[in-house]
Design a protein around this ligand. Structure first.
Ligand SMILES: NC(=O)c1ccc[n+]([C@@H]2O[C@H](COP(=O)([O-])OP(=O)(O)OC[C@H]3O[C@@H](n4cnc5c(N)ncnc54)[C@H](O)[C@@H]3O)[C@@H](O)[C@H]2O)c1
Length: 393
């Protein structure tokens, strides 16, 4: 039997307290929480109490935590613009890293994280917990069985995403600042993007999208309708804050599979209801129990995520989502923003010297975004009227 990994969390916000700490505590044979770091005193104390730590195991300063020899792995739960510095320093200190999604707010940061882990020979896993939802596991198995034939299209609808604030003691509105979040609802729910690609079975090579704000004056999008094109397979990923519909449809050359959620709602807020498979032989309902409500569902998926991370460290294998995969998924979201702004299909991967790679969504301010583009007229991602027009020229 291997010893439990000694893990320390950086960032004690909503996800750390609500799901990561409980996930580690649920598998004591795999993990022992030995430390936390957070510069916000009230969050640090909440984290200390939830993880059952002593005062000398918690740190306002991340560097102090990373200097400890009794930490094997670091779990990065800060907002995404802060992921890079922690993950790079952790890798250089020889720690394995599990990082919350998105891997970073900016592709260049994600690449720096990937390179640091590769150089240190440490594991860098990125949370992709929706891959572990039971109906998604079964759906992938059905696809792999060949029952649906060659896959052609996937549709993921998540138009009923809840716009949740960050922890009150820190900066509740950071998700609406593109410099911190890297984007709005699409980045926040990029679960829909990696799910779509995992069902498609191929990486997107180019992306086109319609992108708009949900509320006047918001600096990030609240609605993103995206088309991800692989070689001959296409995924439609529709994500928005609000009360719109949800569901997943996979269509192959010999059948389709449809996952539905309560009242046609959006997962995970609406629990899983049914998975049906239709072929020329008729329609069958897959024998899968109705899904649990939000909290137990996400907790179970996070437990599976941390166990996958521990297995990757122990066995020297890739985790469910590694840095290269997470970088690609981040580029898909940035490409969707660029497509919405520029009015054209955007190819992947990005050139590393380009504004989108270096700066992500806010890099659009360096590009020639037309005056008429909705993304500019709505003032998203730091775009506004061009200086000449704003100045009345
Ligand atoms: N997988 C999921 O389903 C899921 C769900 C929610 C959030 N997330 C991700 O988790 C991350 C955190 O989101 P959240 O909702 O918990 O945010 P939050 O605002 O609730 O918490 C952020 C925490 O980070 C702390 N922090 C800020 N700067 C720090 C630093 N330099 N070092 C250490 N801690 C620092 C803050 O004090 C705060 O406690 C984000 O990347 C988000 O996208 C993932």
């Amino acid at each position: 039997m291997t010893e439990p990994l000694r893990v320390a969390l950086v960032g004690c916000g909503n996800i750390a307290l609500g799901h990561h700490i409980p996930a580690y505590l649920a598998v004591p044979e795999r993990f022992r929480i030995v430390g936390i770091a957070d510069p916000t005193p009230e969050r640090l104390e909440l984290g200390r109490a939830a993880a059952g730590l002593a005062a000398d195991q918690v740190h306002a300063d991340v560097a102090e935590l990373l200097a400890r020899a009794d930490v094997d792995a670091v779990d990065v739960c800060t907002p995404q613009h802060l992921h890079r510095d922690v993950a790079v320093a952790a890798a250089r200190a020889g720690k394995h890293v599990l990082c919350e999604k998105p891997i970073a707010a900016v592709p260049a940061d994600a690449e720096a994280m990937r390179a640091a882990a590769a150089e240190a020979g440490t594991v860098l896993a990125v949370v992709a917990n929706y891959l572990f939802f039971p109906e998604m596991v079964v759906l992938r198995r059905i696809i792999e069985s060949g029952e649906l034939g060659e896959i052609r299209t996937v549709r993921v609808d998540m138009l009923g995403v809840h716009d949740l604030p960050g922890a009150a003691g820190y900066k509740p509105a950071w998700r609406h600042d593109p410099a911190q979040s890297g984007g709005g609802v699409l980045v926040d729910m990029l679960h829909g993007v990696y799910l779509a690609e995992s069902l498609l079975g191929e990486r997107a090579r180019q992306v086109s999208a319609f992108v708009d704000s949900g509320t006047d004056g918001d600096a990030v999008e609240g609605l993103a309708l995206c088309r991800l094109e692989a070689e001959r397979r296409v995924a439609l990923v529709n994500i928005g804050w609000g009360v719109g519909p949800g569901g997943v449809i996979v269509h192959g050359e010999s059948g389709r599979a449809v996952a539905q959620y309560r009242d046609n709602g959006t997962m995970p807020w609406a629990p899983f209801e049914s998975l049906t498979v239709t072929t020329e032989h008729g329609t069958r309902t897959v024998d899968l129990p109705a899904g649990p409500e939000l909290e137990p569902l996400v907790l179970a998926s996070m437990r599976d995520t941390v166990v996958d991370f521990a297995d990757a460290v122990r066995d020297g294998r890739a985790p469910a989502a590694d840095a290269a995969a997470a970088l690609h998924i981040l580029e898909v979201t940035v490409a969707a923003y660029a497509s919405g702004a520029l009015g054209r299909t955007v190819p992947l991967p990005f050139p590393e010297d380009g504004a989108l790679f270096r700066r992500g969504a806010v890099g659009l301010t360096e590009l020639d975004v037309p005056e008429a583009a909705l993304v500019r007229r709505r003032g998203l991602f730091g775009l506004g009227p061009s200086p000449a027009i704003a100045g009345g020229a």
